[in-house]
Write a protein that binds this ligand. Structure first.
Ligand SMILES: C[S@@+](CC[C@H](N)C(=O)[O-])C[C@H]1O[C@@H](n2cnc3c(N)ncnc32)[C@H](O)[C@@H]1O
Length: 254
C-alpha cells in the first residue's frame, strides 16, 4: 500500500516514516498555522466524537437539517461528482482519489466504496490525533493515509483522477494555494468536489457568520467565490449546490 502511495509523491522520502500507521511527511516547520479551530482539530478528544456526534450535528445544522443532505446523501454526491462508482456496482473504476483534510477518514472510507479493487484512495491530514483515529478504523486495502499540509500538497503533478475536500478549505491559512495544488495534482479531465462554508445572503446573518468565522479562524466563502476560483483554474462543467451555511462546488479539469 505505502509503496503505491510513495509512487504518487513529488519527492518520495528515502526513509519513509510509517511508524504510526500513516506516512508522515510533516516536519515541525511544516505544521499548519495554529488558529483556534486548528487547535481543536489537533486535540486528543475531538477525533473520538467527531464522526458520530460533532460532524452529524454541526454539519447537518449548517447544511439546513432536516431539509439539507444528510451524511449518506453527501457521500453519494461525492462519489457521483467525482465520477466514482456506487458501492454495489460490480464495475467500479480503479480510480486514484485524494481526500484532502480527511480527518478521521469518514469521507475517505466512503470514497473507497466507489473505487474498484485496483483503485487507491489517499487521505491527507495534518493532525496526528485525527489520523490516529483514521488508521484505527477498519478500511479496505485500497485506503492509505498521509500526514501532510493541504496548502502545499506533497504529490506529483497529474497524480490523481479525483480530489475531494470536504470540511477543510475554510480551515486552511491559504485556501487558494490549496486549490492550486489540488488542481496541479489532478490529471486532465479529473474531477474535484469541495464542501465548505457559505456566507448567507441575508445581511445580518451574513455579517454574524463572517464575525464568528474571524473569531474562530474559519473562512466564510461567498456564493460565487469558489465556482469562480475553479473556473479560473481551468475547471469546466462547474456544479454548485448552495445550502444555508455550506456549499458544494465541483467541476472537471479542462
Ligand atoms: C472538519 S475536519 C474534516 C474531516 C472530513 N473531511 C469531513 O468532511 O468530515 C477538518 C480537517 O482538516 C484538517 N486540516 C486543517 N488544516 C489543514 C492543513 N493545512 N493541511 C492538512 N489538513 C488540515 C484538520 O486537521 C481536520 O482533521
Amino acid at each position: 500500500m505505502y509503496e503505491r502511495v510513495r509512487g504518487l509523491l513529488a519527492a518520495p522520502p528515502a526513509e519513509p516514516d510509517t511508524s504510526a500507521g500513516y506516512l508522515d511527511l510533516l516536519g515541525p516547520s511544516d505544521e499548519p498555522a495554529p488558529t483556534p479551530a486548528q487547535r481543536v482539530m489537533q486535540s486528543a478528544f475531538l477525533p473520538h466524537i467527531y464522526e458520530r456526534v460533532w460532524r452529524p450535528v454541526g454539519f447537518n445544522l449548517a447544511k439546513g437539517w432536516p431539509a439539507g443532505p444528510d451524511t449518506a446523501e453527501e457521500n453519494e454526491l461525492a462519489r457521483s461528482w467525482l465520477a466514482l462508482g456506487r458501492p454495489a456496482d460490480p464495475r467500479k473504476p480503479d480510480a486514484t482519489v485524494l481526500d484532502v483534510a480527511c480527518g478521521p477518514g469518514n469521507v475517505t472510507r466512503a470514497l473507497a466504496e466507489g473505487v474498484g479493487p485496483g483503485g487507491l484512495v489517499v487521505g491527507l491530514d495534518a493532525s496526528r490525533t485525527m489520523l490516529a483515529r483514521a488508521v484505527a478504523e477498519p478500511a479496505p486495502a485500497t485506503v492509505g493515509y498521509v500526514r501532510g499540509n493541504a496548502v502545499t500538497l506533497p504529490f506529483a503533478d497529474d497524480a490523481f483522477d479525483a480530489v475531494c475536500c470536504f470540511g477543510g478549505l475554510y480551515l486552511f491559512d491559504d485556501p487558494w494555494s490549496a486549490l492550486d495544488h489540488m488542481t496541479r495534482v489532478l490529471k486532465p479531465g479529473g474531477r474535484i468536489a469541495v464542501l465548505t462554508s457559505r456566507r448567507p445572503n441575508l445581511p445580518l446573518l451574513g455579517t454574524g457568520t463572517e464575525l464568528a468565522g474571524r473569531l474562530t479562524g474559519l473562512r466564510v466563502f461567498g456564493d460565487r467565490e469558489l465556482a469562480a476560483a475553479l473556473e479560473d483554474r481551468g475547471f469546466r462543467q462547474i456544479r454548485h449546490r448552495r445550502l444555508p451555511l455550506m456549499q458544494f462546488v465541483g467541476g472537471r479539469l479542462g
